[in-house]
Design a binder for this molecule. Structure first.
Ligand code: TYD
Ligand code: MG
Length: 433
C-alpha cells in the first residue's frame, strides 16, 4: 500500500516484523533477557572494574576510561574522515579476540590497510558480510571479546523486504546488535554514516538505542581529526580526542597546542590566541579574523570552526556597546588547524581578532585570551582558569586576559602576567590605547 489509511499520507508506511506472540503472558515474553526484579538501589552491584581499556589513549579518554562490556557504541562521521581506519586500529591493538565485520570493503582491502597501519593484531578476525543474521551467527561461533560492524547502514536483515539503509532496516539491525551485546556481555561498535547536514543517517531512535554516540569530525584537508562523545551513558561528554592522519593511520596528538601554534606568523593583524578547554585539557588555538568593507549590499559573515550565530552576537555587542561600525563590513573568521571549538571561553579571542583586523593593528605575540563575552559587553569568567594559565605559561605566553570576576588578581600567576578586564571597552583600551 502506498497510502496510509488513517492519515491519507503517501509513502509513509514502514515495514516491521511482528514477533509471534509467545505462550506466556505479554509482560514476560522476551526469553533472551532474564526477567528482572525490583531491587533497592543500594543492593545493585557495581561493575566499575569491568571497563576495558581499548589501548587507544584518545579513544579511552573520550569514552571515559574504556569500553563497558555489553555496551553498544555508535561512531558517526563523514565519508573519508577515518572511521574504518580508527576501528581497524582499535581491533589490531587488542590482545583478545575481535571480530571486525565490514560490509563496505573486501578482506584484501582490510588486509592492505592493516599492513599500512603496521600493527599485526593477533586476535583480529575479519568478516565481509552484510546480513545481520550471518554476522551474529559468525559471532556466536567465534565468541569475540569485541564486535565491530562497519557499517550499520550496510547491515540488513533479509527477512525484511525494505532496502538496506532504510529506516526500518537500520532500526532492526541496531536492535539485533543491541540484543547480542546485552545478552553476550560483549561491547559492540557500529559505524554510522552521516547525512549532508551533519546528522547521523537513519532514524533518531538509533541514537536513543545505543549507549554511546561518538562523532568523528574535522576537515579532510586539515591536520586534525576530533573525536567527541555526543552521548555517553558511562561518562562525560566533555572530552575531546585529537588525532592526526598520516601515512601509518591515525596517531593521537599529545601536544595539540604546540602543533597548532607552530605555524603562527608574527606581526599579522587579525590574529589572536584563545584558550578554550575542551574536556579536562586546555588548548591554545589561533583565531584569525578578516574584516573588510562589504563589496555587495549585504555584508557576509562566515566562520570555520566557530558558531556563526555566536559570531553575529559578538559583532552586535562590539557595534552596540563599543561603537565599532561593523554592520557594513564583511567578517570572516577561522579557527586554525581545522578545529571546531564550542567553549565560550574563545569569545574574547574572537573579539580581539576582529578588533585587531578592523584597526589593522597586530596583537602582541605573547598574548592570550580566555573569557566569555556577554550581551551587555561584560566579560564573564570561565572555569578551569588555573589550568588555562598553566598551559599558556608552558607554551611561552607572557600575558593572559581574563574576566575580572574570575577572582584572579592582576600580576604573575603560573609564569604569565594576568590582566583581568571587566568590560569590552577596557579590553579595547588595553589593546589599542
Ligand atoms: P577511512 O578510514 O576509510 O574513512 P571512513 O571509513 O570514515 O570513510 O579512510 C580515511 C582516509 O584516510 C582515506 O581517504 C585514506 C586516508 N588514510 C591515510 O591517509 N593514511 C592511512 O594510513 C590510512 C589507513 C588511510
Ligand atoms: Mg569506512
Amino acid at each position: 500500500m502506498g497510502q496510509c489509511k488513517s492519515c491519507n499520507a503517501w509513502n509513509t508506511l514502514v515495514e516491521e516484523i511482528l514477533e509471534r506472540p509467545s505462550t506466556e503472558s505479554s509482560w514476560s515474553s522476551d526469553a533472551t533477557v532474564p526477567s528482572n526484579k525490583a531491587l533497592p538501589l543500594s543492593d545493585v552491584h557495581r561493575h566499575e572494574q569491568d571497563r576495558r581499556p581499548t589501548h587507544d589513549k584518545e579513544l579511552d579518554r573520550v569514552l571515559g576510561g574504556g569500553l563497558v562490556p555489553g555496551s553498544l557504541v555508535l561512531l558517526g562521521g563523514e565519508p573519508g574522515i577515518g572511521k574504518s581506519t580508527l576501528l581497524l586500529q582499535v581491533a589490531l591493538l587488542q590482545g583478545e579476540k575481535v571480530l571486525y565485520v565490514s560490509g563496505e570493503e573486501s578482506a584484501q582491502q582490510i588486509r592492505m590497510r592493516a599492513e599500512r597501519i603496521g600493527l599485526h593484531g593477533p586476535g583480529c578476525h575479519v568478516l565481509t558480510e552484510v546480513s545481520t543474521r550471518k554476522i551474529l551467527q559468525a559471532a556466536e561461533q567465534l565468541k569475540p571479546d569485541m564486535l565491530i560492524v562497519d557499517s550499520i547502514q550496510t547491515s540488513h536483515n533479509p527477512q525484511l523486504d525494505s532496502a538496506p539503509g532504510s529506516i526500518s532496516q537500520i532500526r532492526e539491525a541496531a536492535a539485533e546488535f543491541l540484543r547480542y551485546a546485552k545478552s553476550r556481555h560483549v561491547p559492540v561498535i557500529l559505524v554510522g554514516h552521516i547525512t549532508k547536514d551533519g546528522h547521523l543517517a537513519g532514524p533518531k531512535v538509533l541514537e536513543h538505542m545505543v549507549d554511546v554516540v561518538l562523532q568523528f569530525e574535522g576537515d579532510r584537508h586539515h591536520l586534525f581529526r576530533m573525536l567527541r562523545a555526543l552521548k555517553n551513558r558511562f561518562g562525560s561528554t566533555q572530552e575531546l580526542g585529537i588525532y592526526q592522519m598520516d601515512g601509518k593511520g591515525l596517531q593521537g596528538v599529545a601536544n595539540p597546542s604546540g602543533l597548532l601554534l607552530g605555524q603562527r606568523e608574527e606581526g599579522l593583524s587579525g590574529s589572536a590566541v584563545g584558550i578554550p578547554s575542551e574536556g579536562m585539557q586546555p588548548l591554545l588555538v589561533e583565531v584569525q579574523a578578516l574584516v573588510s568593507s562589504a563589496v555587495y549590499g549585504t555584508p557576509q559573515r562566515s566562520c570555520t570552526g566557530f558558531d556563526t550565530r555566536r559570531l553575529n552576537m559578538l559583532l552586535a555587542v562590539l557595534e552596540k556597546r563599543c561603537g565599532f561600525r561593523l554592520g557594513a563590513k564583511d567578517v570572516f573568521l577561522n579557527v586554525t588547524g581545522g578545529l571546531r571549538v564550542e567553549d565560550p571561553a574563545l569569545d574574547l579571542a574572537v573579539c580581539a581578532a576582529i578588533l585587531s583586523s578592523n584597526a589593522d593593528i597586530p596583537i602582541p605575540h605573547g598574548m592570550a585570551f580566555a573569557a566569555e563575552v556577554g550581551l551587555g559587553g561584560e566579560i564573564r569568567p570561565v572555569h578551569r582558569m588555573e589550568q588555562r594559565m598553566n598551559e599558556a605559561g608552558k607554551l611561552g605566553f607572557d600575558t593572559v586576559f581574563c574576566a575580572k570576576q574570575s577572582g584572579i588578581k592582576a600580576g604573575i600567576h603560573h609564569g604569565v602576567n594576568v590582566v583581568p578586564v571587566q568590560r569590552m571597552e577596557a579590553l579595547v583600551a588595553a589593546l589599542f590605547g
